[in-house]
Ligand binder design. Sequence first.
Ligand code: SF4
Ligand code: SF4
Length: 309
Amino acid sequence: MDLYECCELCPRMCQVDRTRGEHGQCGEGATVRLSTICPHFGEEPSFSGTRGSGTIFFSGCACGCFFCQNHQISLAHSGRTLSPAELARDAKALLGKGVHNLNLVTADHFLPHVVQLCRALRRNGISVPVLFNCSGYARPEMISLLAQEAIDVFLPDFKFADAALAEECMGDSSYPELALAAIETMYEHKGPLKPWDPSGQIPADSGVLVRHLVLPGRIDNSFAVLAAVHEKLGPDLPLSIMSQFRPTPSCAERGVFRRPVTKEEYEQVCDFAEILGFTHVYTQPEFGDRAFLPDFDREEPFRGNARDH
Ligand code: SF4
Ligand code: SF4
């Protein structure tokens, strides 16, 4: 927990003392806050499997992308405060529902709590895989710590390969090189996602899968993302190419990304992944399916989960 005292947990390197109420770019203090804890059936089949992924959505985010699809929790910071004991209790209750894994969403800025939680669960004999579902905007040192101490599966986004786009969207033109270095570190520690079973019958228990959300009008960025990870990590890197972008209120205010991605744009990006020779790729055949767009004002943010309850 000392790491909160002069916080350098992520590349923002704010050096604020979160234990004394100071806030850096992520906007969160030294007490863990989260929005929603639920079994989730909308992740890739390797994670949702047949019984769901045990998902915990943490409040805040160091990136602060203006178009964030989870803006209610990442930008508006909705959520509730939990003590470490309450977090462990709620995580155990979630695992008690029979989910395949524990899926920590945007927990980078709560790294000490993540390590503490994983240690506590393992002391209690709980051995489900722990997923770190993150922005890719991370320091390699922190990734190594997580890989050694807590995490089995890394599920990073690689959002921007275009430095100007990264600057425009989340205020750091270094995102492309930083995210690539972080993903490389994840891959060094864990390798590709294993086992690979897109049917969802055998959920993954270790490795790395990189996600990329296609942005409307910016398939050039998507091509550059795919080319960059292909060059760095090769065609066996598992990927998930996502089509579900929807404009948020901030998109209207800025006049940027004011429409969904078109089917043609999405297919061009998927085709490019095929041309590069990627062998393990999740795509979204149900183009336009809104069932898993979250609304964190609802007790159950994902309408699509209802079909499995
Ligand atoms: S975790 Fe938050 S406070 Fe710490 S360096 Fe990152 S943005 Fe700044
Ligand atoms: S990195 Fe992801 S969770 Fe964070 S603000 Fe950007 S889109 Fe939202």
